[in-house]
Design a protein around this ligand. Structure first.
Ligand code: 5AD
Ligand code: SF4
Length: 437
C-alpha cells in the first residue's frame, strides 16, 4: 500500500484519559504512514474517539457521525472508525445501525487498530481483565499533542461501581501499571524535555503497582528535569494521610487536587455508592489543608440524582459554602445504560435538575472569583505556555494550583520557562499578573 498520502483526523470527546488514548491512536497511525490533520477536510480516515459519561456526549457524537456519513456518500473511500467508551458499550450495534462505520474498537483495544487498517476484521472489545491486552496497551507509541506537559497512565479501569457511572463497563476492572514501566516512561519524557507530568487513572490514589501512590509520586519527583507533577482523578475514600504528607513535603507535586464530591448529602452519597459520608469527605479536606496549606481543591458535582430531595440539594449548597472549592465541574444527572441508578425510582424532571445545576454553578462561580481575588498581590510561580489566544500582547501559563495566569512578557520570556508573576487581579476563570524581575 502507498503510505505517503494518507491523512487521518481524530475527533475526541470526554476525559483526559480519552484525550491521551487519542494520542496513542495518533501514534499508531503515524507509524503506519498517516499524517495527522487538525481538520476532517481531505482526511482519508476519521476516528471518532467517543465518551459515554453523559447522554449529551453521546448525542454530539451521533450528530457528528451523521454528518460524516453524508460526506462518505460523496467520498466512498473515506474510512470511519469509532473508538472509546461508546464503542465499547455499543460498537457492534453501531456497525449495524450505521453502515458508514468501517471499524470500531474499545479503550482496551487500541493496539488492535493497526490490523484494522488493513483487514476486514471490524470490531474488538476486550471485556475482561487481560494481562496481555494491558501489556500491548502500555507499549503503544504515542503522538503527544503538547511538548511541555505529558499525560502518563498509571492505572486503568475502575472497581468502584458508583451507581451512576458507566466507566466500570467501558474501561473494565482496575489494573495498576507496574511502577518500573511508569518510571521509565517519565525518565524518557524528561530526557525529551517535558516539564510537567500528569499521572492518569480513574482512581489514581488507589494505585497499587507494587508500591503506594505516595511512593510512586516520590520516585517520580526524584527524576531530574521534571518540574511539576499532577494527577487525576482521586477518590475521596482512598485519600490518606500518607498522600497529604507527601504532597506537603514534595516541592514538585503541584498544590492542586481534583477530588470529586458528587453530592453534599450523605443520603445521596450512599445511593451513589460512593463509600464515604459528607463528614468523612470534609475531614479529608481538612487533612489536605493541614499538610498543604495553599492547596487548590476542585471537584465534580451531580445535580438531580434520582431521589435527591430539596433538602439533599440544600446540603450540597451548604457543602459548597463550607468547603469553598477553587473550581467545580457540575452536571445534571444523566441516566446511563447498564448502571444501577438508571433503574432507580424517583428520577427527577429535567427542569428540577436544571434549576439545581444553575444554583450550584452560580454559587460556586462566586466563590471561585472571591478566592481568586484573595490572590491579588501574591507572587506565584508560573510555567509559561505561550501567547494568549485572546490578547496578542499577553502571554499565559499555569500556576501550580492549575489556575491560568495572564501576563505581559519581556524579551526573555519563553515557553517552558518558570517565571514569578505578581497577581494584579483575580477573575472567575483566570488571574492577571505582571512579571517580577
Ligand atoms: N450523570 C451526570 N454526571 C456524571 N458523571 C459521571 N457519570 C455521570 C452521570 N451518569 C460525572 C461525575 C464524574 C464526572 C467525570 O462526570 O461527576 O466525577
Ligand atoms: Fe472518559 Fe468516562 Fe467518558 Fe470514558 S465515559 S471517555 S472514561 S469520562
Amino acid at each position: 500500500m502507498k503510505k505517503d498520502k494518507l491523512t487521518a483526523y481524530i475527533h475526541t470527546w470526554g476525559c483526559q484519559m480519552n484525550v491521551h488514548d487519542s494520542e496513542k491512536i495518533k501514534g499508531i497511525l503515524k507509524g503506519e504512514g498517516y499524517d495527522i490533520s487538525d481538520t476532517p477536510d481531505g482526511a482519508s480516515l476519521v476516528v471518532l474517539n467517543t465518551c459515554s459519561i453523559r447522554e449529551k456526549a453521546e448525542q454530539k457524537f451521533l450528530s457528528h457521525l451523521g454528518k460524516l456519513s453524508i460526506q462518505k456518500k460523496k467520498q466512498p473511500e473515506l474510512k470511519i472508525a469509532v473508538s472509546g467508551c461508546i464503542a465499547q458499550q455499543q460498537g457492534k450495534k453501531l456497525l449495524k445501525s450505521h453502515p458508514s462505520v468501517d471499524f470500531s474498537f474499545g479503550p482496551q483495544n487500541i493496539f488492535n487498530l493497526k490490523e484494522f487498517l488493513y483487514d476486514e476484521k471490524r470490531t474488538a472489545f476486550t471485556q475482561e481483565k487481560d494481562e496481555n491486552t494491558d501489556i500491548y496497551q502500555m507499549q503503544l507509541p504515542t503522538h503527544r499533542d503538547n511538548d511541555l506537559r505529558a499525560w502518563v497512565n498509571i492505572m486503568y479501569g475502575c472497581n468502584n461501581y458508583c451507581s451512576y457511572c458507566v466507566v466500570p463497563y467501558t474501561r473494565g476492572r482496575e489494573r495498576s501499571r507496574p511502577y518500573g514501566h511508569i518510571i521509565s516512561e517519565v525518565k524518557e519524557l524528561a530526557r525529551r524535555g517535558y516539564k510537567e507530568i500528569t499521572l492518569l487513572g480513574q482512581n489514581v490514589n488507589s494505585y497499587n503497582g507494587n508500591c503506594t501512590f505516595a511512593e510512586l509520586l516520590t520516585m517520580i519527583s526524584e527524576i531530574e528535569g521534571i518540574f511539576r507533577i499532577r494527577f487525576i482523578t482521586s477518590h475521596p475514600k482512598d485519600l490518606n494521610e500518607e498522600l497529604a504528607v507527601t504532597m506537603g513535603k514534595t516541592q514538585k507535586i503541584c498544590n492542586h487536587i481534583h477530588l470529586p464530591l458528587q453530592s453534599g448529602s450523605t443520603g445521596v452519597l450512599s445511593l451513589m455508592n460512593r463509600n464515604y459520608t459528607y463528614e468523612q469527605y470534609y475531614n479529608k479536606i481538612q487533612l489536605l489543608r493541614k499538610h498543604v496549606p495553599d492547596i487548590a481543591i476542585t471537584t465534580d458535582l451531580i445535580a438531580g440524582f434520582p431521589g435527591e430531595t430539596d433538602n439533599d440539594h440544600k446540603e450540597t449548597v451548604r457543602a459548597l459554602k463550607e468547603i469553598e472549592f477553587d473550581g467545580i465541574f457540575a452536571f445534571k444527572y444523566s441516566p446511563r445504560p447498564d448502571t444501577r441508578a438508571a433503574t432507580m425510582e424517583n428520577q427527577l424532571d429535567d427542569s428540577v435538575k436544571s434549576q439545581r445545576l444553575a444554583e450550584i454553578l452560580s454559587i460556586a462561580d462566586e466563590i471561585t472569583e472571591r478566592k481568586n481575588k484573595t490572590l491579588q498581590g501574591k507572587r506565584i510561580e508560573v510555567l509559561v505556555e505561550g501567547k494568549s489566544e485572546t490578547n496578542a500582547e499577553r502571554w499565559f501559563g499555569r500556576a501550580a494550583s492549575n489556575k491560568i495566569v495572564n501576563f505581559s512578557p519581556d524579551e526573555n520570556t519563553k515557553r517552558g520557562m518558570a517565571v514569578i508573576v505578581r497577581i494584579t487581579e483575580g477573575f472567575k476563570h483566570s488571574l492577571d499578573g505582571e512579571l517580577v524581575v
